[in-house]
Design a protein around this ligand. Structure first.
Ligand SMILES: O=C(CO)[C@@H](O)[C@H](O)[C@H](O)[C@H](O)COP(=O)(O)O
Ligand SMILES: [Zn+2]
Length: 197
């Protein structure tokens, strides 16, 4: 087995997927940046959720908003719904795993907040329920998906933003999701602080 060749191929595939995605995603990522910045400036917050690697992405995004990305700025309101093991285990145990995010959206979400919903397949039931709860609370949704967008693509409304990575492999989609999250952080900082030199 030629591991070096496999690794080289993965780097190549990741770079190719990112370059194919920028054509489709640059404009909607810019729109998502404006939506999130406007929500934050109006006293709203961003709730983020996802499973597995996407749970890590939700936490990563919240950490960069509450802490910092690349520049010093005011703390920004973001909460990962994938983080509180007591809430997640209680809701999964007492109700259903599908409700672990939606119950938190119903508890914490207000009109004007934004839900960042992350699912590579677009089909995770708990992320779908979170989007339904966000709509019930007059929150807009930014959805990070792949594989054609799945059921989430069908559920989104016209004023939501769908960032669907044009790829089929979960790992490649996740890599573009993380890049997208960093673009959102950079764009929010840029809108709040101005362009850096
Ligand atoms: O990170 C990975 C695979 O790269 C896994 O942990 C992956 O996130 C999990 O299988 C998730 O449950 C997949 O959910 P989704 O992206 O389809 O919503
Ligand atoms: Zn992964």
């Amino acid at each position: 087995m030629d591991l070096i060749a496999r690794i080289s191929q993965q780097f190549q595939d990741s770079a190719d997927t990112k370059l194919a995605a920028v054509e489709l995603l640059a404009a909607p990522i810019a729109a998502a940046t404006e939506l999130m910045t406007s929500a934050l400036l109006n006293g709203g917050k961003i709730l983020a959720c996802g499973n597995g690697g996407s749970a890590g992405d939700a936490q990563h995004f919240a950490a960069e908003l509450v802490g910092r990305f690349e520049r010093e700025r005011q703390e920004l309101a973001a909460i990962s719904l994938s983080t509180d093991t007591s809430i997640i285990t209680a809701v999964a145990n007492d109700y259903a795993f599908e409700q672990i995010f939606s119950k938190q959206v119903r508890a914490l979400g207000h009109p004007g907040d934004v839900l960042l919903a992350i699912s590579t397949s677009g089909n995770s039931a708990n992320v779908i329920e979170a989007i339904r709860a966000a709509h019930d609370h007059d929150m807009k949704v930014v959805a990070l998906t792949g594989k054609g967008g799945g059921k989430i693509g069908e559920l989104l409304r016209d004023d939501d933003i769908h960032l669907c990575v044009p790829a089929k492999r979960t790992a490649r989609i996740q890599e573009v999701h993380l890049l997208t999250i960093h673009c959102l952080c950079d764009g929010i900082d840029c809108m709040l602080l101005g362009e850096d030199e």
